[in-house]
Design a protein around this ligand. Structure first.
Ligand SMILES: [Zn+2]
Length: 334
C-alpha cells in the first residue's frame, strides 16, 4: 500500500495535539524488507539522520530547541560509526534514519556537534514543534529497543538488525537448534486515568490526583500504572486506582494515547468515575492523594515554577496534563 501525504495528515489530526505523537513518516513496512533498497536509502547522502547518544538527542545550539538532522558526510559517518541504524521512514523522497552513537566517547562526537549538542528530549520536548518532537521520540525509542535486545531472549545468541531496524533476529545457535528467533520493537502499555466524582467532599465536582515522593515538590497528577498480562485496559484502570488510593471506579472511558519513550511506554489515557470517596493511599506507590476541585487546581503553579512550596500541575507535554486541562475546561464551561 502506498501511504499518501493526505493519509498521514489525517492520522496526524487524530493525535489531539499531544506531544511525541503524530510522526508524519511513511514507515515503508513493505519496502524495508528489501535489503538492497534499505542499503541504498541509508547510503544516499540526502538521507537525514537523527543521532542518539546515551539516551540523548541532538539539538541546535539556539535557545529554542530544534532538532539537528545530519546529512551528507556527517550522516554517512554517523551510520558507519553507529551501534545500530534504524530506517525510520520516508517523507516523500527523503528518508529519515536514527543512528545509535552511544558506543562513542564524548570527544568522538565532534563531527556531529558543529551546530548543536546532545540533550535530554524530556527536558526540552515541551518547547518543541509537535512533529519534530515526535520524530526524535521515535528515534530515541527505537535506539533504546536495539540496545536492550542485542541478545536473543529465547536462546541467548547475539541478534542482528533486519528490515531496516524493525526486526532483530538470531541464528538460533544459542540453544544448539536451527530455528531462528525474531524479535520486534516493543512498547509497554501503561494506563493513566483522571478519576472524577460529582461531590466527594461537599465542595462540588473534584478529581483524584496523587503524587510520588520522587516528583518535583508540590506536583500532583493523575494516577497511572502498567497493564499486566491477563487484564483488559479497563480492568487495569480499576485495579491501579484501587491499589493506589482504595477508590472504586466505574464508567472507564478511553480518551487518547501518547507514545512516551522514556524509555519505552505507550500511555493510554482514560477517564473514570469514582463510586467511593474515602482515600487510603498505598504508601509504597504514593506520598499523597487527594480530591481537588477545579478552583483548587486553577491555583496550582506550573511544573518548573518557584516558589517550591506551591502545588503545581504536571509537565505540559504529558497526557496527564492533557487529561487534567480537558476536565478543567469542561467544569469551567459548566
Ligand atoms: Zn534465539
Amino acid at each position: 500500500m502506498v501511504v499518501t501525504v493526505a493519509a498521514l495528515c489525517q492520522i496526524s489530526r487524530m493525535v489531539k495535539n499531544l506531544k511525541y505523537a503524530g510522526v508524519a513518516l511513511d514507515r515503508a513496512s513493505a519496502l524495508r524488507r528489501d535489503e538492497t533498497w534499505v542499503a541504498e536509502r541509508l547510503g544516499d547522502p540526502a538521507t537525514l539522520v537523527a543521532p542518539v547518544w546515551r539516551g540523548l538527542n541532538l539539538f541546535k545550539s539556539d535557545s529554542m530547541p530544534q532538532a539537528v538532522f545530519l546529512n551528507g558526510t556527517a550522516a554517512q559517518t554517523a551510520i558507519k560509526e553507529a551501534g545500530a541504524v534504524v530506517l525510520l521512514g520516508l517523507d516523500g523522497n527523503t528518508a529519515y534514519a536514527a543512528a545509535d552513537l552511544s558506543g562513542l566517547d564524548e570527544y568522538a562526537l565532534a563531527p556531529f556537534t558543529d551546530t548543536g549538542g546532545f540533550e535530554d528530549l524530556r527536558r526540552v520536548g515541551a518547547l518543541m514543534a509537535g512533529p519534530e518532537g515526535a520524530l526524535l521520540a521515535y528515534a530515541r525509542g527505537m535506539v533504546h529497543w536495539h540496545q536492550k535486545h542485542m541478545f536473543c531472549g529465547v536462546c541467548g545468541a547475539p541478534t542482528t538488525n533486519r528490515d531496516g531496524g524493525l526486526v532483530r533476529i538470531c541464528d538460533g545457535r544459542g540453544d544448539g537448534g536451527d530455528d531462528t528467533h525474531m524479535h520486534f520493537p516493543r512498547t509497554d502499555p501503561a494506563v493513566i486515568m483522571l478519576v472524577t466524582h460529582d461531590n466527594p467532599e461537599g465542595n462540588g465536582p473534584a478529581c483524584l490526583l496523587g503524587r510520588q515522593r520522587r516528583w518535583v515538590n508540590g506536583m500532583y497528577s493523575t494516577l497511572a500504572g502498567f497493564v499486566e498480562p491477563g487484564e483488559t485496559l479497563e480492568e487495569a484502570v480499576a485495579r491501579e486506582v484501587l491499589e493506589e488510593s482504595d477508590i472504586r471506579v466505574t464508567d472507564v472511558q478511553y480518551m487518547a494515547s501518547q507514545p512516551w519513550p522514556f524509555p519505552s511506554s505507550l500511555m493510554l489515557g482514560f477517564r473514570a468515575r469514582a463510586e467511593t470517596t474515602k482515600i487510603l493511599i498505598d504508601a509504597r506507590e504514593l506520598e499523597d492523594a487527594r480530591w481537588f476541585t477545579a478552583d483548587e487546581m486553577l491555583g496550582f503553579g506550573e511544573w518548573g515554577d518557584e516558589p517550591p512550596g506551591n502545588n503545581r500541575m504536571p509537565r505540559t507535554d504529558s497526557i496527564a496534563r492533557w487529561l487534567m486541562d480537558g476536565w478543567l475546561k469542561e467544569v469551567r464551561s459548566g
